[in-house]
Design a protein around this ligand. Structure first.
Ligand SMILES: Nc1ncnc2c1ncn2[C@@H]1O[C@H](COP(=O)(O)OP(=O)(O)OP(=O)(O)O)[C@@H](O)[C@H]1O
Ligand SMILES: [Mg+2]
Length: 262
């Protein structure tokens, strides 16, 4: 579904843009249809930039991105607009993804309207999406400030699913949430992924969360993928020193979802 080859993303910063940051520094990876690739790595190593580059929200400086057997690296913005609904990104903080002035119903209807759904079909579709993400009709008229963080992240998910994507990038989708709510949202994402057959890139700095969610795991450090393997390979025989540190940290941490996964 996704095949990226030698992808590179650089940012120029500082006075006269003289300083360059290789945020994504020659990365190759692929994700099979219906599978989840977990991406872990320390803060600032380039995870979000890699995600955004795959969707071309940030432009790559080298390399290629193939989506569903189509090279999208050099498609014009107009051509990209046709493909975008099929590739969606969920960000860390639900508050920044939702318009505070819109009710839940308006928020979920917006992408449907933009995608050209017939006006009379929208209310029914909004209700379906609401149920799909575990919210109920009583939430329809509420604004983001009248909902919890977890409920807002469910609204974000409903908006993303409204466009019937094939591929989603979840960028630390639960890190702004209370630990008890994290487990619920992670379970919801996993169930939806199975039910809808989505392909997923799941980004987190937390190896335990990624293990719980992924078919395979890529470990990133300073813009490069340092190791890729199945969750068992990464946990039982990590080869890169950075992966070893992550694994020993994750094994020693006591977190609620660790208990739940048993
Ligand atoms: N728009 C930008 N302009 C300049 N530099 C940027 C920009 N976006 C990100 N960077 C830099 O690129 C590097 C990678 O950032 P990125 O946000 O991808 O990291 P991350 O792995 O997602 O970190 P975190 O876990 O904290 O979210 C960092 O050094 C960051 O400062
Ligand atoms: Mg990030």
């Amino acid at each position: 579904m996704i095949e990226i080859t030698d992808l590179k993303t650089t940012f120029s910063t500082g006075l006269f843009k003289k300083h360059t940051i290789n945020a994504v520094d020659v990365v190759s990876l692929h994700i099979k249809k219906g599978e989840t690739l977990g991406l872990v790595g320390e803060s600032g190593c380039g995870k979000t930039t890699l995600g955004k580059t795959i969707l071309r929200l940030v432009e790559p400086s080298a390399g290629t991105i193939c989506f569903d057997n189509q090279d999208i690296t050099r498609l014009s913005m107009r051509e990209m607009r046709k493909i975008r609904p099929r590739m969606q990104m969920i960000f860390q903080d639900p508050d920044s993804s939702l318009n505070p002035r819109m009710t839940v119903a308006e928020s979920i209807a917006e992408p449907l309207r933009q995608a050209g759904t017939k006006k009379q079909e929208i209310p029914k579709r909004v209700e379906e999406l609401l149920t799909l993400v575990g919210l109920s009709l009583e939430h329809l008229d509420r604004h983001p400030y009248e909902l919890s963080g977890g409920q807002n992240q469910r609204v974000v998910l409903a908006r993303v699913l409204a466009l019937e994507p094939d591929f989603i990038i979840a960028d630390e989708p639960t890190s702004a949430l209370d630990v008890s709510v994290q487990a619920q949202i992670l379970k919801l994402i996993r169930d939806l992924k199975d039910e809808l057959g989505l392909t997923c890139l799941f980004i987190s700095h937390d190896l335990m969360v990624v293990r719980h969610m992924s078919d395979s795991i890529a470990v990133m450090g300073q813009g490069k993928i340092v190791e890729i393997g199945t969750p068992d390979e990464i946990f039982e025989s990590p080869s890169h020193p950075y992966t070893k540190d992550l694994v020993s940290f994750a094994k020693n941490a006591v977190l609620p979802y660790k208990k739940e996964s048993k």
